[in-house]
Design a protein around this ligand. Sequence first.
Ligand SMILES: [Zn+2]
Length: 312
Amino acid sequence: MLRIHTNPLFRAHETPPGYPENAGRLDAALEGVRRAGFEASVTTSLSKTIETDRIIAKVHSRNYALQLSAACSDGFKMFHSHDNPISRQSYAAACTAVASSLTAAEEIWEKGEAKRAFVVARPPGHHADREEAMGFCFFNTIACVAERLRELPGIERVFILDWDVHHGNGTQSIFEDRGDVYYASIHRFPFYPGTGAAHEIGFGKGRGLTKNIPLSGGTGETAYIDAIESSIVPAIDDYRPDAILISAGFDAHRRDPLGGMRVSEQAFGLMTRMVVAAAERNCGGRVLSLLEGGYDPEGLTTSVEEHVVALG
Ligand SMILES: [Zn+2]
């Protein structure tokens, strides 16, 4: 019912010593998976490459992808800004994050082999805009999954919930004028990257289909749980999505060195259960969750454990 996906290539995206977004995060997240009693499988096959390029090109321009590929193979140390360190294999890692997520989505929505999935990938994706890398993110992986799902018959509406402590500016920007993908975010505000005010509600066909729930620094889990219960779940029930995706960052955890919030690992479990219940009512319980941020190893392990138990 629940599949966990990962890939050794995610480690090949190297960041400078002491950098918060590093390969050790995979170990921390996979330890959480193990404690939850699950095993991660390496499911990405090379045959996915062409399909992955095609889907990435629905979200990002060809030129942007080529720039990133060239910057990595030419040995550049950063891409677009100092927030985005790269190494020679970063492009491959970012493509594989998309490929693994597409494989996970295929198992759920095309093959019916799983009901839910958690993808333990890096680099993260939700800050990446069509033509811009930001905040450790290069390709907007969750946007790629949403675009792929929209190609499938019977999937007309996709709901993305983003509870990473940072606002997913990239995901919002990609979908804010569209009626077929709902973007909802709970995040610290004002905070990096600066977007995500409550009045940002989408426009055109997407008006009312962007929901931002900004919370001030130091907020505890009660406000998070309340936001899910009184705002996110009703939004899911109103929108009646055919698929639910979670941008699962765990940097709102109380131990996180970047987030400055006070959410416990148990709260992430409870939030997950509420979303799964909404998925059961609306879309056969099918949920794909994708790792975004989370920078304290112990906080990440325990949060992932609770998240995976609740997904399973
Ligand atoms: Zn974050």
